[in-house]
Ligand binder design. Sequence first.
Ligand SMILES: NC(=O)c1ccc[n+]([C@@H]2O[C@H](COP(=O)([O-])OP(=O)(O)OC[C@H]3O[C@@H](n4cnc5c(N)ncnc54)[C@H](O)[C@@H]3O)[C@@H](O)[C@H]2O)c1
Length: 391
Amino acid sequence: MSSKLNISVIGGAGHIGLPLSCFFQIKGHQVNVIDKNLTALEKASKGTPPFYEKNFKENLQSANNLGLNYKSDIETIKDSNIVFITLGTSSEDVDIELFDNVLEEVISNISKESILILRSTITHETILKVKNNSIFMEKKLLLAYCPERIAEGFAFEELEKIPQIIGVKNSNDFEIVSKFFISCGLETIHTTFEEAVFTKLFSNTYRYAEFSLINEFSNIAKKHNIDFDKIKHFSTYKYDRLSKLPKTGYVGGPCLPKDTKTFTHSYPVIDDILSKFLRTNDQFLDGIVNDCINKFTTKNIIQFGITFKENSDDLRSSGAFKLYEKLIENNFDVYVVEPNLAIGISDYGFENYRFEDIKQITDNIIFAVDHNEFKLYPTDLNNKSIIYAHS
Ligand SMILES: NC(=O)c1ccc[n+]([C@@H]2O[C@H](COP(=O)([O-])OP(=O)(O)OC[C@H]3O[C@@H](n4cnc5c(N)ncnc54)[C@H](O)[C@@H]3O)[C@@H](O)[C@H]2O)c1
């Protein structure tokens, strides 16, 4: 194999696919970004990031200058030494069907004896389906499961640093795939397929459980009319053993809740405590809605932030968006101020306002997401009635 490889990334215009494609191109390989989303392909090819990532513009421009290629047809993969799949996945039937269909198409177009790397978060069952596919076997393809472990927003920092887990059939396959990642400057870890699956799902499920646990205590305290913010202060003040206590706040986003569901489906146990956390987070939001009902004297609210986490423009499985929906169900009129999205009606159906234009409407404010921009507002908020969804 020559040192400059031809690589295709299917789902290449997505949150995982595009930073990854730029990364490999910048590391000296020739990458084809393959995606059905023509708008995202067009934007990226012109150097405009289709979504937020730190340092995205400069990385995208460097990759484009080095010849990053944009395509919408899967046949392009026939010239590739390595094909990555970075499609969106979940345990929902619609996502499984999409993944299976694209996989069929990939296997029928990929060249003999090339390498297929699954990077989407998947189950062991999916890997077995690929391994047992008759065309896959006939073509003598090398299969690897190399899960993505970056945090959205930090791809360009973390792709450089996080060791690459490589789930494969045997040491020979590991050597081949490892050589590629080492050419990109990465440390590699050899695992079996199932170890790679378990490691990826465990990591996100554990983080989900850890963040949810503090919400569970907050829910219990609220039920008993105890101020949990005070409890956190009393229990952590000059008490190092609890110094790493996470903040309370809804746990959402495209990975943690979804991967927890996939983990509990894939590895079911009796008396499963992990599924309880999926309800904990919903109950946490109900608690905030109750706070609004009890504290606010009118039905108008200004909601600061609606994306799934701070400084992000991603609304997928956003707790702040769920909070917005719950407030609407409870007959509140909610005015969203989201600095990371365009002003006006969003695809999700809410209207996004400039704070300046609506600040006279109400004194009721809820801080739903901790965006950096909001740290500039407090002087405008004297005499307002404020609820913090994260503390
Ligand atoms: N977003 C994260 O922070 C993150 C982190 C780690 C792992 N993951 C995992 O990575 C995977 C991808 O997640 P994502 O956030 O990038 O999803 P995404 O929705 O942003 O990207 C998926 C891309 O696939 C494209 N696509 C859909 N159907 C296609 C088809 N038939 N042919 C070609 N392209 C098609 C979409 O247009 C989209 O651009 C998921 O399994 C996710 O769980 C995500």
